[in-house]
Every structure is written in structure tokens, then in C-alpha cells.
Design a protein around this ligand. Structure first.
Ligand code: FMN
Length: 207
């Protein structure tokens, strides 16, 4: 089949686009508002974009805030900081719960029974239950061109200024045992996948 997204002529029961670019890592973004109330939400339009400096992005669609944005982006733009927590198999239920729309004055770590841990370089707490946390300094937001105003998305870029990896996940060879950490990824629809020792394979790059 071939279809053109603008013509919405795929003829399928659901839009297939995000079932095709998979699996997507999940940035489980913590942020705080000016009063210090903690917000936590998953974003699967998320990725690392470069090494030096290590930089991440996530893209946020419209939200129910008074500015028409989601709380994560409003908080990050006003405080200049956020943390990406790695969503894992162990934390999958809490990750999903934090995607619920709750009022902006609600502490979403408290609501989901997660433990806030003090970060080293930013005021935003990190999630204790995940073994990897990236402390980020906000760089900029970029508006993605959209067909209609109601579909507006913003890409948020952040420099990773501090990285926590729980020691038990570092091997004797000095590698990160990502299979043991067991991160989850987003597929299309309501499907997910997980990374573990049985799904990892290795290939040497050609010269
Ligand atoms: C696995 C998963 C991935 C998601 N990815 C995105 C995303 O990339 N962009 C987005 O705008 N919303 C995404 N959402 C929805 C947001 O998490 C949801 O709108 C959330 O309430 C936003 O919270 P906030 O307003 O506190 O930032 C995702 C939800 C789930 C469960």
C-alpha cells in the first residue's frame, strides 16, 4: 500500500504512522513548576540527538494548560531544567499512570507512589525507582510546522549535564548492562517492547 498522510487515505482502522517508527525510547520527564510542584510524564517522541554535548529531545503536542501546552513544557520553559528518567519493565505501570491528565497543581510522583530523589545539578527531583536518570539543562523549543494550529508540536532540546547510573548495572568490564536494566520502548497502538538479554544482539561495524 501507499498513502499520503495529508490526504488521510491509508484506509486502515488506525493511523499507522507511529507503528512504523519503532521501537521508540520513552523519556519519562520530571520537571517542577515555579512553586516546586513535581510533574512527571512519559514522552515517546523522545531520543538522544548527539554525543558532544550529550543532548536529548522530546516533542510535546498541545495540552490543557492555560497556555495550551502540556505541563512538562511549560515547567521546563519557566525553570530551565528537567530530568529524563529511564522507563523500565519494573516501572511500566507507574509510567503509564503518569500519562493521565491531572491538574497542574498535583505532584505526579507522589500520586503514583514513586520516590523523588534529589538531583545533583538541577532542582528537579529524579525517580528513585529507575536506575538511570539524565539531569538536563533546557536549551530551546522549536515549533514543528503543522497543517493546523490544533496539531502544533514543540520539540524541546536539553543538554544532559549530569548522568546517574545505578552502580549494580555496571559490569566488571565497565559496560552498562542495559539488558539487566530492562528498559521498555513504545510501539504503535498500546503496544510496548522491552530490552533484555534475549532481545539484544551484537554486530561489528565494517572498516
Ligand atoms: C508511552 C507514552 C508515550 C507518550 N508520548 C508522548 C509524546 O511523545 N508527546 C506527547 O505530547 N504526549 C505523549 N504522551 C502523552 C503524555 O504523557 C500525556 O499527555 C501527559 O498527560 C502529559 O503530561 P504533562 O501535561 O504533565 O506534561 C505519551 C503517553 C504515553 C503513555
Amino acid at each position: 500500500m501507499f498513502y499520503e498522510p495529508l490526504k488521510k487515505n491509508h484506509g486502515l482502522s488506525k493511523n499507522p504512522f507511529n507503528s512504523l517508527v519503532v521501537p521508540r525510547p520513552i523519556g519519562w520527564i520530571s520537571s517542577i513548576d515555579k512553586e516546586g510542584i513535581v510533574n512527571l510524564a512519559p514522552y515517546s517522541f523522545f531520543n538522544a540527538v548527539c554525543y558532544r554535548p550529550p543532548t536529548v529531545m522530546f516533542a510535546s503536542g498541545p495540552g490543557s494548560g492555560s497556555d495550551g501546552m502540556k505541563d512538562s513544557i511549560s515547567n521546563i520553559e519557566s525553570t530551565g531544567e528537567f530530568v529524563c528518567n529511564l522507563a523500565t519493565w519494573e516501572t511500566r505501570e507507574q509510567m503509564n499512570q503518569t500519562s493521565a491528565s491531572v491538574s497542574s497543581g498535583t505532584d505526579e510522583m507522589e500520586l503514583t507512589g514513586l520516590t523523588p530523589l534529589k538531583s545533583n545539578l538541577v532542582k528537579v527531583p529524579r525517580v528513585a525507582e529507575t536506575p538511570v536518570n539524565l539531569e538536563c539543562r533546557y536549551l530551546k523549543s522549536i515549533r514543528v510546522p503543522s497543517w493546523e494550529e490544533k496539531d502544533r508540536y514543540f520539540i524541546v532540546l536539553g543538554e544532559v549535564i549530569g548522568i546517574h547510573i545505578r552502580d549494580e548495572y555496571i559490569t566488571e568490564d565497565g559496560l552498562v548492562d542495559i539488558g539487566k536494566i530492562n528498559p521498555i520502548g513504545r510501539m504503535g497502538y498500546n503496544d510496548y517492547t522491552s530490552v533484555n538479554s534475549s532481545t539484544i544482539f551484537t554486530m561489528e561495524r565494517p572498516d
